[in-house]
Design a protein around this ligand. Structure first.
Ligand SMILES: *[C@@H]1O[C@H](CO)[C@@H](O)[C@H](O)[C@H]1NC(C)=O
Length: 163
């Protein structure tokens, strides 16, 4: 009984940490064009909504194309208990690499319609700029995934889309 309650609590917390409003703080990509201003993978997170303990995850985000914000929702399906799969600008596989009450870090791979693969790291948070410690962590995540640290973009200041 105690074990069951603990398990329920753990799942409950994990769930609570994902669901809710989020903003993109920083993005890194090995193909940096994809995440520059007006880049097709420069996603400004808006909301995450979980279903079935987050086996199904809706991610709502803005894309800013030539100054126009358009809101998009994608649905990610948990493939193997760890990796989500969804369609947006091609095929995407992504996983959470870190979840705290303040931040979620996603590692994602996109294969576009031309078959070109991009490796990305998305850091979302409640809207506070990065602390020095968080910046160091992002550099670490980028390096671990062979993304040059020079390809990290702090996008919070260019997010003009409505809330
Ligand atoms: C997730 O998105 C799908 C498709 O847009 C929608 O049908 C579904 O109701 C959404 N679920 C939640 C929990 O928002």
């Amino acid at each position: 009984m105690v074990k069951f309650l603990l398990l329920a609590l753990t799942f409950g917390l994990a769930h609570a940490q994902m669901d809710g409003p989020w903003k993109t703080i920083a993005i890194a990509a090995d193909i940096v064009d994809k995440i520059e201003i007006s880049g097709e993978l420069r996603l400004y997170f808006h909301q995450i909504t979980c279903e079935k303990e987050c086996k199904k995850m809706n991610v709502t985000f803005y894309i800013n194309e030539n100054g126009q914000c358009s809101l998009t929702t994608i649905t990610g399906y948990l493939d193997d208990g760890k990796t989500y799969r969804s369609q947006f600008q091609g095929d995407n596989h992504y996983a959470t690499v870190r979840t705290t009450p303040e931040n979620i870090v996603f590692y994602s791979e996109n294969v576009d319609r031309a078959g070109r693969k991009t490796k990305l790291v998305y850091v979302v948070g409640s809207g506070h700029p990065l602390t020095l410690e968080q910046k160091e962590k992002i550099v670490e995540y980028a390096k671990e995934n062979n993304i040059p640290p020079g390809n990290i973009r702090e996008v919070l200041t260019t997010d003009y889309c409505p809330r």
